[in-house]
Design a protein around this ligand. Structure first.
Ligand SMILES: Cc1cc2nc3c(=O)[nH]c(=O)nc-3n(C[C@H](O)[C@H](O)[C@H](O)COP(=O)(O)OP(=O)(O)OC[C@H]3O[C@@H](n4cnc5c(N)ncnc54)[C@H](O)[C@@H]3O)c2cc1C
Length: 463
């Protein structure tokens, strides 16, 4: 977003007597080890916060192989996609199961724009597969590294008030129960199982394929600019009503935010170019490291930076354009609130961080998501939602999210993102989900012995 020369130059322009050292080692993508220091093979999630030593790892390539291994796999049996969830959803000391070998396009219909894909397909791969048949996903999240099953199982979403989360476009799916039986699930076949387990966190069975309703391949224009936060708060409703996709990242302690909109276009492609995410975040980190002793100076340098930043515009197919590279690792909490509460909650979150946590430098993200009635565990179930996401650099303390941020988001009626950090247990969740008891009944029926549940999920389900 902001280039490094501009950043340093802007510091001088602001009259700040500060020399911010150039990024060096910090600019490298940290690679997480595959073994612990004793040489034991370990599994870690993307941020490195969660880890486990599974007794058994499996990568079936067919439904037959999956069925055979479910018969003898030690519990808990946890499916893992790309391991991009921040919470303890996937960790297993029993069996860790990847569907990486069950990926690809199964069939499609050019008239209805339906496509059936294997559950282990990564979203990035899916973009190309769909483009080859003239289709595209209706909406794209912030990254495209996830597996299709992992993304749908946690209610993964992009932004757009007339666009549902990914699961909102699932017409049907095929799932293998823990006893090896296979089920087709849709609103007309095994309907209760469809609604209960569509956003199911791998607690109901192993999904092997999904049929999605897509839309025709099209080009999108992306616009990014830096604006005063106050202006954004004032105009937010207009912004999300007037653009297909609208979101912003408020940069704490600066009074400014990056505003991002995407809209359909017929214009020729002018690709986005390399992502500046790492550079920008490392500069924000330096601003924190060197100037957090003086909030006013931190703000002035940031404002000067903003003054130098023009509007960035790019045009491309949306599957190529909309997802970003996030090479700086972080931990994240995101809640989905009734839309009308979003800005009030955001103001409180910003106020508490800026008064108590000068160490926070990662931007705070706001998006909007259309309601759906398909998945009983959808955080957007029967309500249009505004989301708020707070991040912490992976090496920094993230506990402030639980102590300071989560109480605010809960006070405003927020439902947690299933793949991100939260502390809610069954008794809390029951109050947020009107179909909670029905969901529990279906889960109990499909996996009566809880073979799919690890300790994190036992807390979620209260068993
Ligand atoms: C950098 C980054 C950016 C992100 N951006 C967004 C964003 O823009 N929007 C958003 O909503 N979220 C976002 N997320 C969160 C992410 O989309 C979710 O956590 C998603 O679940 C990750 O997909 P995955 O394939 O890594 O799944 P995993 O984390 O591996 O698994 C997630 C869940 O899916 C289950 N699962 C996996 N495969 C199967 C299967 N075959 N059958 C049944 N269950 C299965 C697992 O058991 C687990 O419960 C982001 C995460 C990161 C790290």
């Amino acid at each position: 977003m902001i280039n490094r020369r501009q950043f340093i130059g802007a510091g001088a322009a602001a009259g700040a007597a500060v020399v911010l050292p150039a990024c060096s080692k910090e600019s490298k993508v940290p690679v997480l080890p595959l073994q612990d220091k004793n040489g034991h093979l370990l599994w870690q999630n993307w941020s490195g916060l969660e880890h486990a030593y599974p007794a058994n790892r499996a990568a079936p390539a067919t439904a037959e192989e999956l069925k055979n291994l479910l018969g003898m796999a030690p519990a808990p049996i946890r499916a893992v996609g790309a391991g991009h969830s921040f919470s303890g959803l996937c960790a297993s000391e029993g069996t860790l199961l990847t569907l990486d070998n069950m990926a690809g396009l199964v069939s499609h219909d050019p008239v209805t724009q339906l496509a059936t894909l294997k559950a282990g397909t990564r979203l990035q791969q899916m973009g190309q597969l769909l483009a080859d048949i003239g289709q595209d996903m209706l909406n794209i999240p912030d990254i495209n590294k996830q597996s299709l099953a992992g993304a749908i199982a946690t209610g993964t979403h992009g932004t757009g008030i007339r666009l549902p989360a990914l699961h909102g476009r699932v017409e049907s799916f095929r799932m293998m129960k823990v006893n090896g039986d296979e089920l087709n699930c849709s609103p007309t076949e095994n309907a209760d199982i469809f609604h209960a387990s569509l956003v199911g966190m791998g607690s109901f069975g192993i999904v092997t394929e999904y049929t999605l309703k897509n839309w025709p391949l099209h080009r999108t224009e992306r616009k990014v600019d830096i604006v005063p936060f106050d202006e954004l708060l004032r105009d937010w409703e207009k912004l999300y009503l007037n653009n297909r996709n609208a979101e912003f990242f408020y940069i704490p302690f600066t009074g400014i935010a990056a505003r991002i909109v995407h809209n359909q276009t017929m214009a020729d492609a002018t690709p986005r170019g390399p992502d500046k995410d790492m550079e920008t975040l490392m500069d924000l980190k330096k601003l924190r490291d060197y100037l957090s002793w003086s909030p006013s100076l931190r703000r002035r340098v940031a404002e000067a930076l903003a003054g130098k930043h023009g509007t960035e515009v790019a045009v491309d197919y949306s599957w190529k354009l909309m997802a970003s590279e996030r090479s700086v690792r972080f931990n994240e909490m995101e809640f989905h609130l009734p839309l009308e509460n979003q800005m009030a909650a955001l103001k409180e979150v910003v106020a508490v961080i800026e008064s108590k946590r000068p160490d926070v430098f990662f931007p705070i993200e706001a998006r909007v998501i259309e309601r759906d009635d398909r998945a009983w565990l959808s955080p957007f179930y029967e309500r249009d939602s505004g989301s708020i996401a707070v991040h912490a650099y992976y090496e920094d303390d993230h506990k402030f999210m639980f102590e300071l941020v989560e109480p605010i988001l809960r006070k405003y009626g927020g439902r947690p993102h299933w793949g991100k950090l939260h502390s809610l247990a069954a008794a809390d969740l029951e109050k947020l989900y009107p179909k909670w008891k029905d969901v529990q009944a279906v889960r109990q029926q499909l996996d009566p012995q809880g073979k799919l549940l690890n300790p994190f999920l036992r807390k979620v389900w209260g068993v």
